[in-house]
Design a protein around this ligand. Structure first.
Ligand code: HXC
Length: 514
């Protein structure tokens, strides 16, 4: 039994360290609309579930007056807890302590909890609020980042890694999040940049605010670095809990089964998609018309929204959805949408989550901008990701599946396990107008009434090729289904794919077009 004196000493030591950077620094944090690192952990984890490690770690720096400074916990809080009753590892950088900057011992606390999460096969959640490498500790800080990046890479595809950006994340502080699976940002609070406004001013003479350079909206809408955007920290923590409810705890685990429900009666699939091919619709409603209870948790909602990705539940199990979005740019594939979908497909494949692909697109976006932005390289990522994925892969062609878009959107040729098509589907090299103009150019030009002839040729092409039956006659489509049969067909396909087992040629790893 510990003596009362020793217990009191422990309590005193704990209280002292738990004050972080002190009252003044905490008030500054609060004035910025931010929770403290400790409050964030408590809010995110199940009540009273946090077990803190390394509370008494101290820095060892001696230069630049550091020997005179005490940095409580060395600016980061680490430990384990539970979310929804399941164990997680967590760290939260404490901006009130030396700006959450990363020194040697700070990095060692983080890498220790990372090692623990990988060894014990549980998700790692990192709450980032940091000025980057601790300048006074020189190369030791850089070494610390290197050790973190290395572990992020080792853990990639083994355990879920989640980054929450809740403050200025500068320099090295942004690269660990970039290596993790999902990045959460909060309006007005999150900032991510490699070189800050002051450096930009010095080097380039340009004035820019932190918000304009790398605020939450910038990374949610323009760069695609962030996957989830919210307006408050509370909302952000709720999003993290929802995301985790869809995920397995490791690549050898399966997601928790949920109760099976019918889709909400408001989503009537036959009414969502207009028969007129040129009219847009929101493909998210098609997803909601087939998922249990119409649930759909969208990822990267604000970026490259010509493609939709996210998790839903079917038959109680997590499914990853990839769908062209006719509401935006007619659902074309381009540089960003290819990147977005390819990475998500690899995520699902790594964590044994079946993929359902909904197809309705006119092809890849034409134009000099796209060509020069590398649409060949980026578009190839999608082909690569679908081809190498060995989880169950099911495709539904809703309307248009033209050209490279048809192949890229999980066609049979990239080893889709099941391809369904609605009766309105059109599988062809290109749309009827473009096709007729090219292959009947001479007939149209030499006709007495070229316009009349064009219409006739377009009609002829439509009758021959603009349907699902040519592809179905070759076995490229397994089944032409009525729209209202979609959920039933998908559920059946998922059910009979449970034991899927396919191999890839032996290799160290492939070389995807990164
Ligand atoms: C040491 C740091 C620090 C750092 C902040 N602080 N960043 N200490 N190293 N990198 C300290 C400040 O000195 C201050 O200490 C306290 O944290 C709070 O910082 P403020 O500047 O007062 O806060 P604020 O005005 O909110 O500005 C936050 C900030 C700014 C935008 C993050 O501090 C900043 O620009 N920091 C430097 C960012 C940066 O360039 N990092 C890159 C490092 S190089 P006191 O004692 O006064 O309270 C790097 C390379 C790695 O990371 C590359 C790997 C690939």
């Amino acid at each position: 039994m510990a003596s009362l004196k020793k217990v009191q000493e422990l309590q005193k030591r704990r209280e002292e360290v738990q004050q972080g950077g002190g009252e003044q620094a905490i008030q500054k944090q609060v004035a910025m609309g931010k929770m403290t690192a400790r409050e964030r952990i408590i809010k995110l984890l199940d009540a009273a579930s946090f077990n803190e490690y390394d509370l008494f770690v101290e820095h060892e720096a001696r230069d630049f007056g550091m020997d005179q400074k005490t940095l409580h916990g060395d600016g980061v809080i680490t430990g384990t807890g539970t979310i929804g009753g399941r164990p997680v590892c967590i760290f939260a950088q404490d901006f009130t302590v030396a700006g959450g900057s990363l020194g040697n011992m700070h990095a060692r606390k983080i890498t220790k909890i990372m090692d623990h999460s990988l060894k014990m096969r549980m998700p790692l959640i990192g709450i980032n609020d940091s000025g980057g490498a601790r300048i006074q500790e020189g190369v030791n800080s850089l070494a610390g980042y290197g050790e973190i990046f290395f572990r992020n890479t080792l853990a990639s595809g083994v355990i879920p890694q989640i980054s929450v950006i809740l403050g200025p994340c500068a320099g090295g502080a942004v690269y660990s999040p970039a290596l993790t699976d999902f990045v959460f940002v909060v309006e007005n609070i999150s900032k991510m940049f490699i070189t800050g406004p002051e450096v930009i001013k010095t080097v380039l003479g340009e004035d820019i605010t932190m918000e304009e350079l790398g605020g939450a909206r910038v990374h949610s809408e323009i760069t695609g670095n962030a996957h989830f955007f919210s307006e408050t920290e509370d909302e952000c923590f709720e999003q993290i809990k929802i995301l985790l409810s869809y995920l397995p705890w490791s690549n050898t685990d399966v997601p928790a089964r949920k109760e099976i429900k019918e889709p909400n009666a408001d989503f009537i699939i036959a009414k969502i998609v207009p028969a007129e091919k040129k009219l847009p619709y929101d493909v998210r409603n098609v997803i909601r018309a087939v998922t249990d209870g119409s649930d759909f948790f969208e990822i990267q909602e604000l970026w490259a929204s010509n493609i939709i990705i996210g998790f839903g539940t079917m038959g109680g199990r997590t499914v990853g959805f990839v769908a062209n979005q006719p509401l935006v740019l007619a659902g074309v594939l381009d540089v960003d949408s290819s990147d977005k979908a390819a990475r998500f497909i690899r995520y699902c494949d790594a964590f044994n989550i079946p993929i359902v692909t909904l197809v309705d697109l006119p092809g890849y976006l034409p134009g000099v901008d796209q060509e020069h932005a590398g649409v060949i390289r980026h578009g190839a990522k999608l082909l690569y990701a679908y081809s190498e994925a060995t989880v169950p892969k099911i495709t539904v062609i809703i309307r248009k599946a033209y050209g490279g878009g048809y192949i890229a959107m999980n066609s049979r040729h990239l080893r889709a396990d099941f391809v369904f098509a609605w009766p309105d589907a059109e599988v062809a090299v290109m749309g009827p107008e473009g096709a007729a103009n090219i292959i009947f150019r001479k007939e149209i030009a030499s006709a007495e009434d070229p316009e009349e002839m064009r219409k006739k040729m377009v009609q002829e092409y439509k009758e021959k090729f603009a349907n699902p039956y040519v592809a179905a006659s070759k076995g490229y489509i397994d089944s032409v289904i009525e729209p209202q049969e979609t959920r039933k067909s998908l559920l059946h396909a998922l059910e009979v794919s449970g034991g899927k087992s396919v191999g890839m040629p032996a290799k160290k790893h492939g070389i995807p077009p990164f």
